[in-house]
Design a protein around this ligand. Structure first.
Ligand SMILES: CC(=O)SCCNC(=O)CCNC(=O)[C@H](O)C(C)(C)COP(=O)(O)OP(=O)(O)OC[C@H]1O[C@@H](n2cnc3c(N)ncnc32)[C@H](O)[C@@H]1OP(=O)(O)O
Length: 406
């Protein structure tokens, strides 16, 4: 190849400068050879030189940027796929991605309710202005006509679980998220409309749902519920709690809270609600804790410790302390340098009296028929399957089988 090679004297980096003699015949031949080589790759003899020119398909800067963008998306998808195999992360991902909702009215029984927050209903329902719910099975529909048709054939008269509590017209049903996923998902979707916090609407299997109902002569209509993890690492006795807005401020929230502590007592555990609490949740819990601790202090005669109060109430010590502070009975003794309880019985009595007047619906522990969840099956299921012989007192609640009497 005829070329003039020289070292540029001005160039401080001493680069080699190669100058081609572009007029030389060798250079022309070389150029032709290069073109032929190029043509060889692209249908030599079939395409013209112009047609075979692939310079237009060379990678541009935009192409590189698009490629990098796509690569990032793929790597993120891989992370998500990994998360799905992780039990903790997957529980947060099972729900479909949230999308904007245009639901403005929810028709529930004879009521029309305005949702407070967005709930991840499937897209075809989220885009409707009105959502119609069946009061019994909580199925959602986007037309009144469909609801009427559904009502004609919906045979549900109570939630689909075991009735574990009945006191006059008030009942509580325990529904297993694994056995009744559709009902529980429908319940969570309904609850999400009134709860700002991130609740899982589709991943219901790890939860038990306690549905409070009132019998109105024809069926048990739902008033509220709370959900509880089957196995809570942090010993939470409530995951989510809700009183349907149409029934709020009637004491049902306090009933549900009291009931959750009754279950903790039956389990022999201290319980506390899952944090963070919503504003209304905090108000309700503080009110209940205050009253419950006041009641316990009034009932105790000898000296007592925070631990004693926790045992008597099934509340965790932190919640007991919070209640003692709000009752202003926890004082610091400067001399002895210890905290002491200064109990003004009259004041505590007034707290209890006021609360009882506001909340006539109290939990009656003798009406509970329940065994704690111990695994895939409950104790009662196991006993019935295995036909084990147990003392009569233990089997009593199983045989009484309160459920499905309506
Ligand atoms: C662990 C968690 O899930 S936190 C999330 C809690 N849930 C929610 O925020 C969902 C939306 N809210 C609700 O469903 C309800 O408001 C609940 C469940 C919190 C309370 O249910 P309600 O049936 O209204 O409770 P109830 O009538 O028993 O009242 C209990 C206390 O709550 C407080 N409270 C409830 N609602 C209000 C309100 N709108 N304004 C002020 N205080 C209120 C009061 O302190 C009341 O006690 P009081 O009557 O002695 O003053």
């Amino acid at each position: 190849m005829p070329a003039e090679i020289a070292v540029s004297p001005t160039d401080t980096s001493s680069l080699l400068v190669i100058k081609f003699d572009t007029k030389s015949v060798y250079y022309e031949n070389y150029k032709k050879l290069l073109l032929d080589l190029k043509c060889e790759k692209t249908f030599v003899g079939v395409l013209t030189e112009e047609e075979a020119d692939t310079s237009l398909t060379d990678l541009t800067r935009t192409d590189t940027e698009l490629f990098d963008k796509a690569k990032n998306v793929v790597s993120r998808t891989k992370e998500v796929a990994h998360a799905f195999s992780d039990p903790v992360l997957s529980s947060q991902l099972h729900a479909p991605p949230p999308h904007p909702t245009s639901i403005r009215n929810v028709y529930f029984g004879n009521y029309r309710v305005k949702p407070w927050y967005t709930s991840p209903y499937p897209e075809e329902y989220s885009c409707s202005r009105n959502l119609y719910l069946c009061e019994s099975c909580l199925k959602y529909m986007n037309s009144d006509y469909v609801l009427q048709r559904h009502r004609m054939k919906c045979a549900w008269r109570h939630p689909p679980g075991d009735e574990i509590y009945r006191d006059q017209s008030i009942s509580v049903f325990e529904v297993d998220g694994q056995r009744q996923p559709i009902y529980c998902q429908n319940l969570c979707l309904l609850a999400k409309m009134f709860l700002q916090s991130k609740i899982l609407c589709y991943d219901v299997e790890p939860f038990l749902f306690y549905i409070m109902t009132e019998y109105d002569g024809t069926c048990c209509k739902i008033l509220g519920y709370f959900s509880k993890e089957k196995r809570s690492a942090s010993n939470y006795n409530v995951s989510c709690i809700l009183t349907l807005p149409i029934y709020q401020r009637r004491g049902y929230g306090a009933f549900l809270i009291e009931f959750s502590y009754l279950l903790s007592k039956a389990e022999g555990k201290y319980g506390s609600p899952e944090k963070p609490l919503s504003d209304l949740g905090l108000l309700s819990y503080r009110s209940y804790w205050k009253k419950r601790v006041a009641e316990t202090l009034l009932g105790m005669s000898s000296t007592m410790s925070i631990e004693n109060i926790a045992q008597a109430t099934s509340m965790v010590c932190d919640d007991v302390i919070s209640a003692l502070e709000s009752l202003s009975v926890l004082k610091y003794d400067m001399k002895k340098k210890i905290y002491v309880l200064h109990v003004d019985k009259m004041k505590l009595y007034n707290v209890c009296k006021k609360w009882d007047e506001k909340h006539p619906q109290r939990v009656n522990p003798t009406c509970l028929r329940w065994t704690p969840y111990i695994g895939e099956a409950k104790i009662s299921d196991l006993l019935l399957q295995e036909n084990l012989l147990l003392p009569l007192s233990n089997l009593k609640h199983i045989n009484e089988g309160l459920c499905s009497n309506y």
